[in-house]
Design a protein around this ligand. Sequence first.
Ligand code: AMP
Ligand code: GLY
Length: 422
Amino acid sequence: MNILIVGGGGREHALAWKASTCDNVAAVFVAPGNAGTERAAGMENVPIAADNIEALRDFAKNRQIALTIVGPEVPLVAGIVDTFQRAGLRIFGPTAGAAQLEGSKSFCKDFLKRHHIPTAGYEVFTDIAKAREYIATHPLPMVVKADGLAAGKGVVIAQSTEEAINATEQMLHEHRFGDAGNTVVIEEFLEGEELSYICMVDGENILPLATSQDHKARDEGDTGPNTGGMGAYSPANGDTPALQQHVMEEIIKPTVAGMNADGNRFSGFLYAGLMISADGNAKVLEFNVRFGDPETQPILMRLESDLVTLCNAAIDGKLDQQSAQWSKQTAIGVVLAAGGYPDAYTSGDVIDGIDAVDPSVQVFHAGTKIQGGDVVTAGGRVLCVTALGDNIRDAHSSAYKAVDKISWEGVFCRRDIGHRAL
Ligand code: AMP
Ligand code: GLY
């Protein structure tokens, strides 16, 4: 069977790597992929952008793709699943209706409120005068969010009233995030420990994946600007069966049932970004309707079950007949980024040392391409070096041993991935 992975980041390299190890898989195509998926045995890049839905559909038809797995949110929100389904193609992911959970923060918040699922108190604004009034009468810090997709950059944690007003004005009036900021959500600041909780959902049944924790801040000690994620490890610190049960009962099950009740049956990876308070209560920060990046990389390193079988069972509404087996080991993924990220960064720098890394470590590519026979940087997050170990210390030491073999002009990473568990 031929598989198509849509996307070109580290998450998609990891999905393609796992899919290529599955039973009865002949070829794994990645659109558009990166240098890692171009060089790997059993994978082939397809020069179609992840949001060119019609071209992807035609490719899937012509090349007899038996299963498509979508990495990024943009094509999901734009309706790639609807288009593929209309063409009779098998694809794992939510429809555009269900993808609104990520595509619109106000949709998500209103959904959570309507179904009594715990989340921060909030209000939705399109009018600056009303927003100002709310800001003036609510406690600081407060969180200002652009409604639509903003590649992880549309969230401002305002420490002062002035900062909150500025952020709101930039979104509503200066169109800093384009149409994504025509509506803003302003919400209560939550304190606690962040946890990513990712499941596979088939519309009805839920298969929880291993827990993980991302490191969103650029610098060590969780300081500096927010990024797409500088590294992740699995299982997450503080992950207990009791917490998992609490999250499942209070958040995940009511979400899947609520989406069904609203006529937006959810099938796909459901990623709940949660804040766990000191007393152990979980609230939803956001939903993503896809696998996390970089969480996918350490999670899939630990997955012992057949990913393609799980996705096919989900498409057929039979996830209740599946279970996922996990390695007892810990996995850590360290992101190597290009100098300047998350702001403007340089591209085209030659990357050295990838082939010197121990073969038990996976170097998942993200922003890379092949140029004149070299692997060069082509994005902000460039690589995610992912290692397994019998415990967090071993995984940490293997991952950084590999990181230290890789270099290019301006490379940087956080040295403390997994610090909360160490
Ligand atoms: P989001 O894209 O909504 O997950 O927001 C990005 C990041 O901002 C989250 O991972 C949190 O670190 C932080 N954040 C978002 N909403 C809140 C909130 N209500 N309270 C505290 N931190 C938040
Ligand atoms: N790592 C965060 C995300 O994928 O949204």
